[in-house]
Design a protein around this ligand. Sequence first.
Ligand code: HEM
Length: 523
Amino acid sequence: MTQQNDSTHEQDTTLTNRQGHPVTNNQNLRTVSNRGPATLENYDFLEKISHFDRERVPERVVHARGAGAHGYFETYDVVGDEPISKYTRAKVFQDKGKKTPVFVRFSTVIHGGHSPETLRDPRGFAVKFYTEDGNWDLVGNNLKIFFIRDAMKFPDMIHAFKPDPITNIQNVERFFDFCASSPESFHMVTFVYSPWGIPANYRMMQGSGVNTYKWVNHEGKGVLVKYHWEPLQGIKNLTQKEAEEIQQKNFNHATQDLYDAIEREEFPEWELHVQIMEDGPHPELDFDPLDDTKLWPNDQFPWYSVGKMVLNKNPEDYFAEVEQATFGTGVLVDGLDFSDDKMLQGRTFSYSDTQRHRVGANYLQLPINAPKKRVATNQSGGQMMYKRDLAPGQNPHINYEPSMLNGLKEAAQDGKEYTPYVEGNLVRESIDRQSNTKQAGETYRNFEQWERDELLANLIRDLSVCHMDIQNAMIALAEEADEEYGRLLKEGLHKARKESSPSKPLGNIGGDHAPQDAIDKGH
Ligand code: HEM
C-alpha cells in the first residue's frame, strides 16, 4: 500500500470525511439543544458509524489468524551444477541475483482471527511473488505433508477440527474421530502432536509447498517438483509447557516477534529448496509422488537450493495488506504448472472462489493482490471496481476479443506448450499405493528423544478423553507405524485410564463412552 501523499497537502493533517469535507466537530452529534434528540441528517456521524459497522469482512474459513511482511526473492539460477533453465523457463528463477518483490503471510490454521499463536496447529506459509510475468503464489504450510490426500475430504476435516456446531468448543474427540477414521492422516498427526506442531515463532520455522507441482522448460518438457523453505535463522519448536508459559503472558507472540525483528532490521531469511522427480507414476516407489501425505526421501530426491527470500518491510496497514491479501494455488506463471495431485486440483478451485466471497469480485484490483506489471483484460464491472484494465494505446470502446478495431490481442506462446497425455476411465477411487503408516514410523524414529517423549505425552493427554474405539484405532495405527510407538502409546493410555477420575473430562462431550471395566479389559 502506498500512503496518499499529495504534495500540496503534505503538512495538512485536517480531518475530513470520505467525501473530502473537513470535519469541524468530531466529538458531538448534531442535536436539538445539547441534550438531544439527534437529527437524521447527521451526515458526518451516519457516514462514520456506518463505515464502522462494516469494518470486518468475513475471516478466512481457515488460516484466519495471520501476520505478513514484504521483501524480495533472489534467484540463484541453478539446480545443483546445472542451469535452472534445464528444468523450468519461469523467469523468476532465471538470471542469478535477480530480485523479485514478495509478500508473505504466515498464519495458524484452525483457530479464529484473534486466537493465541501458541496453539498446536500447522502454520501457513503463503508467498506472493510479483514476477515480471505476473503473480506467482506458493501457498504452503510449515510442515511438508498434510492430513488428507483427496480434496473431497477437506470440508469434513475442517469441520471436525473446528469447534463443535452446538457448543462452539473445540473438541479433541472430534479431531481424533476424523483422524482415526482417516488413516492417511497418521503421519501428519505424528508431526502435529510432536514439538513440530508448535513452532516457536514464524521466523524460525520451515515452509513447504506440500503439494506436488510441475516445472516446464523451453522444450515443453515437465518434471515433478516440491518446494521447501529453510529458515536461515534456524528452526525452533516448543514443548507444550513452553508454549503454555508464553501464552500466559502473550498470545500474539509470533506476530510480535516478526514485526519487532523487521523493525530492528534483523531481516528474516529463508532459502528456497526444490526436490525434482521425472514426471510419471514411479512404480518403483512404495508411495505415489502425487500423495501429499508423504515425504520424498532426501537421499533419493536431494534438496537443491534455488534462491533466497528476505523479509525487510512491515505492512503499513494490517487490514489493507494482510487481511485482504489473497493467495491461491492456481496463481502460476509460465514455466510452472499443476500436477495431477488431487489435493492441489481441489485447492485451486477453492481459493479464488472463497476470495470472491471474502474480499469481493474485484479483489485482484487491490494493490496487495494486483500484479506489479501491466494488466489488460476485458473483465470489468462488479462491486468495488474502480478502473478498467486497459493497455496503452488500445481502443477503449473494444472490451471484447477478437476484434479488428485495436482491441486486446492474445499473447504469443513463449516456449513449447506443455501438453501431457491423459487417458483412463472416470472413477471415484483412492490411489493404490497408500502406505499410510510407514513414513509415520520413520518420522517417529527420526525424532530426537525429547520429541518422541513430547509426542507421546501430548497424544496420551488428548486421546485419553476420547471414545475407546477411537483410542484403539489410534493405537493400532501407531503399532503399524513402529513397535515402540504403538507399545508406549498403548501403555500410556492404559495408565491414563486407570488414573482418570470417573467424571467426564471437560473437553469431552462425545458421550457414549466405554464403561471403566470394558476399558480395563481393552487396550
Ligand atoms: C487458506 C482451502 C489445503 C495452505 C485457505 C482458504 C481456503 C483453503 C478456502 C482461505 C483462503 C482465503 O480466504 O483467502 C483449502 C482446500 C484444501 C486446502 C480446499 C484442500 C483441498 C491446504 C494445504 C495447504 C494449505 C494442503 C498447505 C500447503 C493454506 C494457507 C492458507 C490457506 C497457507 C492461508 C493463505 C493466506 O495466508 O491468506 N485454504 N486448503 N491449504 N490454505 Fe488451504
